[in-house]
Design a protein around this ligand. Structure first.
Ligand code: HEC
Length: 203
């Protein structure tokens, strides 16, 4: 009887220690949410997401991302006139905020990456986010994600890094900002791109 009790106590002690280890894991050991968000911040900062997803303003040293609107995408109040015709050899252009881009692909607007429910990535799951970057499909399933979003480069990140970026994007301040829809080109992109052929440039 005594033996059984000792055995039971030992078993519970081991299980309790294991459960402690597991819950600690969920907080701040590698792979836990806190460490993922910290790594995500490091990646987002170093990989230039703010260059296109945070609108630029003119600062004391020239144009710079306006961090009070961090990662909130093209500002909804900044309405743009129709884009100039795409003509080579200078084939594409960016708006002053560096959040709207016109080229052979039409006009694309940098998305709101904050966790705002209706205008940001609020309803995106980790799975949708990873799929969108890996496949270059909007929302992980629909239309192709347009240039200059560098998903063909970012798709090479490993799962842990993509999940870390997602974890960070969940904890940044939500900004309500409804980014305009992507507008496809009036002429087929192929025809416009041919305008950029080197032999036609400079003449
Ligand atoms: C050179 C500019 C540029 C950079 C740098 C950039 N993006 Fe984007 N991103 C865009 C544009 C433009 C769009 C909108 C494309 C569209 O509507 O098809 C976009 C769209 C997205 C979307 C939405 C995709 C969808 O399904 O609609 C996500 C998510 C995203 N970017 C994440 C990131 C992250 C994370 C980084 C940094 C690691 C980053 N982007 C860096 C320009 C950029």
């Amino acid at each position: 009887m005594k033996r059984i009790t000792m055995f039971t106590i030992a078993t519970f002690t081991v299980l309790y220690a294991a459960s402690l280890a597991l819950s600690a894991d969920a907080v701040d050991t590698p792979g836990g949410p806190a460490s993922r968000a910290a790594r995500g911040k490091y990646l987002v900062t170093a990989m230039g997401c703010n260059d296109c997803h945070t609108p630029w303003k003119v600062g004391p040293n020239g144009p710079e991302p306006d961090m009070t609107k961090m990662l909130s995408g093209h500002p909804q109040e900044f309405k743009l006139p129709a884009a100039p015709a795409a003509k080579g050899p200078w084939l594409w252009q960016a708006a002053a905020t560096n959040t709207a881009f016109a080229g052979p692909w039409g006009v694309s607007y940098a998305a709101n990456l904050t966790p705002d429910t209706h205008t940001g990535l609020g309803i995106w799951t980790e799975d949708i986010f990873v799929k969108a970057i890996r496949t270059g499909k909007h929302f992980g399933t629909s239309r192709p994600i347009q240039p200059p979003m560098p998903w063909p480069a970012f798709r090479n990140l490993n799962d842990e890094d993509l999940k870390s970026i997602y974890a960070y994007l969940r904890v940044i301040p939500p900004v309500k900002n409804l980014v305009p829809d992507y507008a496809p080109p009036k002429e087929p992109a192929q025809k416009l791109a041919s305008a950029a052929k080197p032999e036609r440039s400079g003449k």
